[in-house]
Design a protein around this ligand. Structure first.
Ligand SMILES: [Zn+2]
Ligand SMILES: [Zn+2]
Length: 417
């Protein structure tokens, strides 16, 4: 599957409405993933566009059912809407289902172990002589608290009431109910752990080492909160890797010249990818050895498609020369990818740079440091005064993270086989 859009609600519009405005009838046969069960206003339009499946997070729906005693009118409206949603669901061709797969055993532990080995944590660790991993743990605790308040309903009874109202009474009995809550908590833990791997720490952030041409907005760096948010998205993609040793994720965003209705402001999604063997290949089709093993002929390097390469290949929008386009990569782009990124016309690279300037047997990272004409932002501890841009985007950050309904849309990909 390929992702063709990532949207969140704005002050005027719901995420589902934005998806419809942006994609129109292209939504046909797509799958949509919602962070909350969509309201009837969104659902009727999405169903009408011919989507194939709608998956949603089984907590509070878009029109909140968390009862506010002070406002009984809102609660009865919310119940009415939940009924309408059920009716639309039962009469539509689209499958509307709960978005929640139990995680693979040890997933949380695996993500925790790999997170601390990442470029971003390592970079901070290297430049801090009195380093300890406490900042990572503290950051993770903070994210857990934040995400729990966003995605979980702390009171079990309230949660049950909501599930009954939105037509999930079959999940209200135990053991289904306690399993559901446990699965939700595990996923929140995974999200928090991944987010903490791009930590908020002191004056560290994604900065450029070179002076930026001030007159060109195309080269100005993003506010730190947004840069970090996009890097977390790339980090999540990295866990889909087909390479046993190293997962890499990449995501491309661009900024439209004109402001638009999207909750993400002027930012729009261009493409994303992770490192994998060619689409459609089976597990045993290609070698999996790395550069320490066996002879060069049976190593994986000539077969793996890099995260950046997949992001460019399966992009859903063009990269326009007059827009600020940026790629976020969890690791330093290699010598194969650097010319591709530049050639594609991407203006900015946000990446880890632990490997920059290194040469390994089958893969080298020499071109990243030498690259000119593309701005590079890596994790640095440069003390910067808080820019106006950062402050202005503070509110936008809120809409990015606290939006009432985030979704992405996937479309079937044509495979080689
Ligand atoms: Zn809606
Ligand atoms: Zn590469």
């Amino acid at each position: 599957m390929t992702i063709i859009g990532l949207h969140c609600s704005s002050t005027d519009l719901h995420a589902g409405q934005i998806a419809l405005i942006k994609h129109g009838s292209r939504l046909k046969n797509c799958d949509l993933y919602f962070s909350r069960k969509p309201c009837s206003t969104c659902l009727k339009m999405i169903v009408n566009a011919g989507v194939s499946r709608i998956s949603y997070w089984p907590a509070d729906p878009e029109i909140s059912l968390q009862s506010e005693a002070s406002n009984p009118v809102t609660t009865s409206d919310a119940k009415l809407d939940a009924k309408a949603v059920e009716r639309l669901k039962s009469n539509s061709r689209a499958r509307v289902c709960v978005l929640l797969q139990p995680l693979v055993c040890y997933m949380v532990q695996f993500i925790e172990e790999t997170s601390t080995k990442l470029d971003f944590i390592q970079k901070i660790a290297k430049s801090q002589p009195d380093f300890n991993t406490d900042f990572y743990t503290a950051c993770r605790q903070e994210r857990i608290k934040e995400y729990e308040s966003l995605f979980l309903i702390s009171n079990e009874e309230t949660h049950k009431q909501i599930l009954m109202t939105i037509g999930l009474e079959n999940l209200c009995e135990n053991p289904y109910f306690s399993n559901l809550r446990q699965n939700m908590k595990d996923l929140v833990l995974v999200l928090a752990t991944v987010a903490a791997s791009v930590p908020v720490f002191g004056c560290f952030g994604f900065y450029s080492n070179e002076p930026q041409p001030t007159n060109e907005t195309c080269h100005q760096g993003l506010p730190q909160e947004i840069a970090r948010h996009c890097m977390v998205q790339a980090r999540l993609l990295a866990y889909r890797t087909e390479d046993h040793k190293t997962g890499v994720g990449a995501i491309i965003w661009a900024e439209e010249k004109s402001r638009s209705c999207d909750g993400t402001g002027a930012m729009y999604f261009v493409g994303c990818g992770y490192n994998a063997f060619p689409v459609g290949s089976e597990y045993a089709d290609f070698p999996h050895m790395d550069d320490k093993q066996k002879d060069r002929e049976i190593r994986k390097f000539r077969y793996i498609i890099h995260a950046e390469q997949n992001a460019l290949t399966f992009r859903c929008r063009e990269i326009k020369p007059d827009e600020r386009s940026m790629i976020f990569v969890t690791k330093c782009p290699c010598d194969e990818c650097v010319p591709l990124i530049k050639g594609a016309g991407i203006k900015q690279i946000y990446a880890g740079d632990i490997d920059a300037g290194k040469k390994k047997a089958d893969i080298s990272y020499m071109k990243f440091d030498e690259l000119e004409g593309v701005s590079k932002f890596t994790v640095n501890g440069v003390q910067k005064t808080k820019s106006i841009d950062d402050q202005q985007h503070q509110n936008k950050k809120l809409s990015l993270l606290h939006s009432c309904s985030v979704l992405f849309i996937t479309q079937p990909v044509c495979t080689l086989k």
